[in-house]
Design a protein around this ligand. Structure first.
Ligand SMILES: O=C([O-])CC(=O)C(=O)O
Ligand SMILES: [Mg+2]
Length: 514
């Protein structure tokens, strides 16, 4: 039996999801060749165990797992010498050849909150997808966790916890650590991308604004999620035959994902001829205090209703609504997007209300992992009598309803961030603009076939992820060149051929191992 097949059997034999994760991580350490071949050849089956949702559990228990750390820790104690620490801890092969770093500070891991140094698991999980989906060589990739402490009390009290035992660094000192890190990354750029992952809301928006025009970087939770969600909405509308300009979109949750999606949808509407004001007015947000609206801007004297800066653009002149049901009644949304991390928030009354006002309600419970999803696929199908157009953040199984097999769509960021990142590297982009995310969303939706749409799949089959990423990478390179952000390397005439020549393939199985 081949080593890859025997590894596949071992993977399948592990019973719990976390055991499969540990099995794969040990394989990665012991035989990277077999590990990558296994992932590339079985992406759809294996992805949920190295990535969302299982990676969430791995981050929660990271310090207890029998796995070898792949990434590099930078800690608050490295302040003043972060660059040196990064260089000395990264594998020597990366010294002159680093293409992508995924960095987190562990403050908001998926919807699970502050997991401190356990956040390393998410950086290690996401970085794999650059190789498996978008063909960047594994030895040109680096996961990084900036450990500035944690505000998670149970971790601080856990004798096994290996991260810094202190409250999170904040303010100027925090910014200085990040600045030192980004400044060192500049020494590898422009042909090297930084992906920010799972930072807390306030830092995520601030850091992105500070660096997005300075060097090639993006935030996956704001921009990557926006891209895949917009692609899902566009495909959903292909299914129902409606137009984006006719939609009213209600977001339950107003953090990184929600605001990122709202801004990208507004850009898509502007491209279709709407004014900025009208476009922004199609997106409504609920946060934990109720509907985001102008009244809350005008009443800063009630601090419990005050709005954080990233929500202000969406504070429309509409009456305040205290809860989701009353907001649905008032706004009559055609699309409902869950980015709240509140399990079960789309309960039977909410989903039935969406079904009562829309012949084909678009419902997207995007919160991760599965335990945080606003509703399940089965609930959405049952409560809408099979009329829902559905995409979730974490995977759900297909189901039979009234004799028909229905497939859920998974709005998986993995469709977009690896391709966007690889494009930025190949085009030597000086920055990654929102136009690139908009173009990728439209292209990804257009790649979904009529047959896939008819089966409920709003995205191309995940088993074709390498072809999809290849195509997206080339298109985004073209756009970056056209917009003057990137350039063709000397001697290159055709982006598709160039992407092809740069697309890493895992080593084939050697005959001696057969
Ligand atoms: O990991 C995912 O699938 C999506 C994501 O970035 C998050 O939920 O933070
Ligand atoms: Mg994330």
């Amino acid at each position: 039996m081949s080593a890859t097949l025997s590894a596949l059997n071992g993977f399948r034999a592990a019973s719990r999801a976390i055991d499969k994760y540990v099995f794969l991580r040990q394989l990665q350490h012991e035989d990277a060749g077999v590990f990558y071949r296994l992932l590339v050849n079985n992406a759809m089956e294996i992805m949920p165990y190295v990535y969302t949702p299982t990676v969430g559990e791995a981050c929660q228990t990271y310090h207890t797992l029998p796995i070898a750390q792949q990434g590099v820790y930078i800690t608050a104690d490295d302040k003043g010498r972060v660059g040196e620490a990064l260089r000395s801890r990264a594998p020597p092969s990366l010294a002159n050849d680093l293409k992508v770093a995924v960095v987190t500070d562990g403050e908001r891991i998926l919807g699970l909150g502050d997991l401190g140094a356990g956040g390393m698991g998410i950086a290690e999980g996401k970085i794999l997808l650059y190789s498996v989906c978008a063909g960047i060589r594994p030895n040109q990739c680096l996961p990084v966790c900036i450990d500035v402490g944690t505000d998670n009390k149970s971790l601080l009290e856990d004798p096994m916890y290996k991260g810094l035992r202190r409250e999170r660094l904040r303010g100027r000192e925090y910014d200085e650590v990040v600045e030192e890190f980004m400044s060192e990354m500049r020494s590898w750029q422009p042909r090297c991308l930084v992906q920010f992952e799972d930072f807390g809301n306030t830092n995520a928006f601030r850091i992105l604004e500070r660096y997005r025009h300075r060097q090639p970087c993006f935030n996956d939770d704001i921009q990557g999620t926006a891209c895949i969600a917009l692609a899902g909405v566009l495909s959903g509308l292909r299914t129902t035959g409606a137009d984006l300009t006719e939609q009213r979109i209600l977001f339950y949750g107003a953090g990184e994902a929600g605001v990122g999606i709202g801004e990208l949808i507004a850009m898509a509407l502007e491209k279709r001829g709407m004014s900025h004001h009208d476009a922004i007015n199609r997106c409504y947000f609920m946060d934990s205090k109720g509907l985001v609206c102008k009244q809350r801007l005008d009443a800063p004297q009630t601090p419990k209703h005050a709005l954080q800066p990233h929500k202000v653009a969406f504070a429309h002149d509409v009456p305040y609504e205290p809860d989701l049901l009353s907001a649905i009644d008032a706004i009559k949304p055609t699309v409902l997007i869950g980015v709240s991390t509140i399990h079960g928030a789309f309960d039977e009354r909410v989903v039935r209300k969406m079904a009562a006002i829309n012949p084909r309600p678009v419902i997207m419970p995007l919160s991760n992992p599965t335990s945080k999803a606003e509703c399940t696929f089965e609930q959405a199908v049952t409560w809408t009598e099979g009329r829902v157009v559905f995409a979730s953040g974490s995977p759900f199984p297909a189901m039979t309803y009234r004799g028909k097999t229905l497939h859920p769509a998974q709005a998986n960021n993995a469709y977009v961030f690896p391709a966007l990142g690889h494009a930025a590297v190949l085009a030597g982009a000086r920055e990654v603009s929102d136009d690139a995310f908009l173009a990728a969303a439209e292209a990804l939706s257009a790649m979904t076939t009529e047959a896939e749409l008819a089966a409920g799949k709003l995205f191309p089959d995940f088993d074709s992820i390498r072809e999809v990423s290849h195509d997206l990478t080339a298109r985004v390179c073209e756009l970056m060149e056209r917009d003057g952000q990137g350039v063709k390397p000397a001697g290159v005439t055709d982006w598709k051929k160039y992407v092809d020549s740069q697309f890493w393939e895992p080593e084939p199985e050697t005959p001696s191992k057969l």
